[in-house]
Write a new protein. Structure first.
Length: 409
């Protein structure tokens, strides 16, 4: 067995148990340990490790973390949460609203963005209404994963498929095939959460209270940042929709949105100190470890011999493989194979579905899951590997079944 594969297996095991004696490990510490291990054992050179770190992703997350932190510190995020969720009178209505709002928003603002902004929102809702935080954290995780499926800019792997896959008019095509099953799957997530967390629901009428703005200037800057995100996302959609050659990168959206806060807010230093640097360390470490695993060729060999263009196989392989090498590297591996085999639109859509819905299966299946858990742990809340998997695995199976049925019609 190749050393990087063994290290990856150990990383998975440690993330599952998260405990060594009396020492409680965090996900970012485990992934950092894995990256250091492949460096120490000479499985990747320091130069290759630095090249492996995707600067685009790191800068995107940095920019969005700045906006998310400003929204929370100013009190505007709580204020906005009240406006959106005040109509929910029962826990059932609130849970369904969280799933729909976060799911639909993630299709256009990207799932990682909603994971960053949404975590403090659902924890605030859980605290105010005496709801289990785990229920709403799971709802957020499932919502941003499922919702992001139906748009070519919902997540990085969809964007990759929209650009390089054999898909005409990506926005229309994605919605045509995926809008209805996505709505069904959001409803399925609601039903499964109710089934698994029966004791987490009470029958009391919810009383919403409006949180005061803590810092009006920072709140104003935060609103400008949110407006910039919406405008820049719309500009991104236009460049894709009109097939313009200009490369409008997602990094521009995040950094552009963060600039008003970093330039004009007197609290910029406090905001920077409060950023989720642990999650950024996690991603940098993950890129290094996954590059080392990729270089072994182990998973590339694994694909040999499979009928890779059948819809069930694409859904299965992309879902399972995304758990081990992450969904973006998996799509980067799979896309050339589908192109070489002259696959059709449905096959590329199936690749998008499998690589994205993989995030509902296990914590490491999607970056947004890690963002949610890391942010929750800053506020003394968390989801264990097994808490996520016990509902995530059956939900993933049902999700894939629904999408497969729609694709074969």
């Amino acid at each position: 067995m190749k050393i990087p594969i063994v290290i990856l297996a150990v990383v998975f095991l440690l993330i599952a148990i998260r405990q060594i004696g009396n020492f409680r490990l965090q996900i970012w510490q485990i992934m950092l340990g894995g990256a250091l291990a492949v460096l120490v054992f000479g499985q990747i050179s320091p130069q290759s490790a630095l090249r492996a770190i995707n600067l685009e992703v790191m800068l995107f997350l940095f920019g969005m973390f700045v906006v998310g932190e400003a929204l929370e510190q100013s009190g505007y995020l709580a204020h906005l949460s009240y406006k959106i969720f005040k109509k929910a009178k029962t826990i059932d209505q609130l849970l369904l609203l969280v799933l729909l709002v976060m799911g639909i928003a993630s299709a256009f603002l990207m799932n990682d963005t909603l994971a960053i902004i949404g975590t403090p929102v659902v924890l605030l809702l859980a605290r105010h209404h005496k709801i289990s935080p785990k229920v709403l954290l799971l709802a957020l995780a499932f919502a941003v994963t499922i919702g992001s499926v139906m748009s070519p800019i919902g997540n990085p792997q969809n964007l990759l498929i929209a650009i390089y896959g054999n898909i005409k008019n990506p926005f229309i095509t994605f919605l045509k095939y995926l809008f209805i099953p996505t709505m069904i799957n959001l409803l399925l997530a609601f039903l499964l959460l109710k089934q698994f967390y029966k004791n987490g629901f009470h029958n009391s009428i919810l009383n919403h209270s409006q949180e005061p703005i803590k810092d009006h200037k920072l709140a104003f800057l935060s609103k400008i940042s949110l407006g910039l995100i919406v405008v820049l996302v719309f500009a991104k959609i236009l460049t894709v929709f009109l097939n313009l050659k200009y490369e409008f990168r997602l990094t521009y959206i995040a950094l552009g949105a963060g600039l008003p806060i970093l330039i004009f807010s007197e609290r910029r230093v406090k905001i920077l100190k409060s950023l989720d640097w642990q999650t950024l360390i996690f991603f940098a470490s993950m890129f290094v470890l996954m590059q080392s695993v990729w270089d072994t060729g182990f998973f590339q060999q694994f694909l040999n011999g499979f009928k890779l263009t059948s819809l069930p196989m694409i859904l299965l392989v992309s879902t399972v493989l995304s758990q081990f090498i992450s969904n973006v590297p998996m799509v980067a591996l799979y896309l050339p194979l589908l192109e070489h085999l002259q696959a059709g639109t449905k096959e590329f859509i199936a690749l998008s579905v499998g690589s994205t819905i993989a995030g509902n299966m296990l914590i490491l299946g999607a970056a947004s899951n890690v963002i949610i858990i890391q942010n929750a742990e800053k506020k003394d809340q968390t989801l264990s590997f097994f808490e996520f998997a016990k509902i995530g695995i059956p939900l993933t199976v049902l999700n894939l079944l629904i999408y497969w049925l729609v694709l074969i019609i």
